[in-house]
Design a protein around this ligand. Structure first.
Ligand code: PLP
Length: 433
């Protein structure tokens, strides 16, 4: 008997059941509306607004001719540079043999989920891709809720209770801080308490620290400090180095996890082979750092810190619940205090709120449900990145104050977008009729 003709019936159910990535979809929809002539504020996709630092761009140009396949685990000089960088910033030491380089941390985190026969435990909210990746890898997922009152941070007691219901099960906990979607960090005491629970239950932890260097105060603390024996830390160029499109990430493995490093190297070898050679050479320059990169980071942090606070203040003044962000470039307001009024305007879910915001104000945002929050919850994420980061960095070089005037001049589009959101949400139903 010959097989049926190729149609969608051929799709594996793990693939067929997945909707397109929420962040990429909002970006495509925003682009389409913009092409149709609408003014669109792109606060949907979380891309660094800043350019790649000049010395790193220069290194890429210099290595444009590098065309060899590089070692599967990554260029040795790069793994050394990453190890030194991590040591400088966290005090933790990793030998190059405990580092796997990949085309973005997204792919590396997926490979970890493929490699381990384990249940994936996620705090809610969590970054959009962990759960779909688990589904693709055929791993069960369980969620541990957090609350706005507890700053959306995983509570060690809640984790303990959750794990008590799954005795004997192997679990992979995925933590992320500074956090996407809420811009908040996990305080050191909380990390320590979570480490205690993880240790008691023999968890493996992926600590996604891609925004570590974009901690607004430059004081990020790694989960690996408290749980070194069971934490895999992911880091990369996408956020702190403005190089999302370069696709370079690194995974730091715990001591004694050579078995996992070997398995990840096999997965790398059979899939992406190695990250592009020029990118890896340029990344050596990025991770080695130096005065120009330090100045870039210092100024980028000053801008996102001030802008994040200003956005939070505006949202709060309109009656939303929000914490000023501490890292990265996201705010995660909740319009729950305005539920009755929004309900009267036909808004009863985060998704309908975001649809209406895009249609009626042109501001793209992502609903909390994309991050594992309940569909009816009126939370949404704003990525406050719709401004010219190169111009803003140039304007604040030399210790120019990043004050309200600075933000209005250089990040005006973001302020305009937040004003539109607050005006739309804060306008009572009666006044709109
Ligand atoms: N983790 C988080 C929390 C992110 O926000 C992102 C990108 O948006 C990634 C991982 C993926 O980063 P990469 O570009 O290294 O794949």
């Amino acid at each position: 008997m010959s097989p049926d003709h190729p149609t969608s019936a051929w799709l594996d159910p793990r693939v067929a059941g997945l909707p397109p990535s929420a962040t990429l979809s909002i970006n495509e929809l925003s682009a389409r509306l913009a092409r149709e002539g609408r003014t669109i504020y792109r606060l949907g996709l979380g891309q660094s607004p800043f350019p790649v630092p000049e010395p790193v761009q220069e290194a890429l140009r210099r290595h444009a001719g590098a065309n060899d396949y590089l070692p599967v685990r990554g260029l040795p000089a790069l793994r050394e540079a990453v190890a030194d960088h991590v040591h400088r910033h966290t005090g933790l030491r990793y030998g190059p043999d405990r580092i796997q380089v990949g085309p973005g941390t997204k792919e590396l985190i997926f490979h970890v989920q493929l490699a381990l026969e384990a249940e994936v435990v996620l705090p809610s909210p969590s970054w959009v891709s962990y759960a779909p990746q688990a589904a693709l890898a055929g791993r069960p997922v369980s969620w541990v809720p957090t609350t706005r009152a507890d700053r959306w941070t995983l509570d060690p007691d809640a984790l303990e209770r959750h794990l008590a219901t799954r005795p004997g099960r192997r679990c992979l906990l995925v933590l992320n801080h500074p956090n996407n979607p809420n811009g908040l960090s996990i305080p050191a005491e909380r990390l320590e308490a979570l480490a205690g629970v993880a240790r008691r239950h023999g968890l493996l932890v992926v600590s996604d620290e891609i925004y570590g260097l974009v901690d607004h105060e430059g004081t990020h603390v790694s989960m690996a400090r408290y749980y070194p024996e069971g934490t895999l830390v992911s880091t990369g160029l996408s956020k702190w180095c403005g190089a999302g499109g370069w696709r370079l990430g690194a995974l730091l493995l715990p001591e004694g996890a050579g078995w996992l490093a070997d398995a990840l190297a096999v997965l790398a070898g059979e899939t992406f082979s190695a990250v592009s050679a020029p990118t890896q050479h340029a990344a050596v320059t990025a991770f080695r750092g130096g005065p120009a990169i330090d100045a870039y980071l210092r100024d980028a942090r000053r801008i996102v810190r001030a802008l994040g606070r200003r956005c939070a203040t505006m949202l709060e003044a309109a009656g939303l619940d929000v914490d000023p962000p501490e890292g990265g470039f996201y705010v995660f307001p909740s319009a729950e205090p305005l539920r009755a009024d929004l309900g009267a305007r036909g808004v009863a879910s985060g998704a309908s709120l975001c649809d209406r915001l895009l249609a009626e104000t042109g501001v793209a945002a992502l609903p909390g449900s994309a991050f594992g929050r309940p569909a009816e919850e009126l939370t949404f994420r704003l990525a406050y990145v719709d401004f010219d980061g190169a111009a803003a960095l140039a304007a604040c070089a030399g210790h120019v104050a990043v004050d309200d005037r600075f933000l209005e001049t250089w990040c005006g589009r973001v302020l305009e977008a937040v004003e539109l959101v607050t005006a739309w949400i804060g306008t009572p139903a009666a006044a709109r009729r």
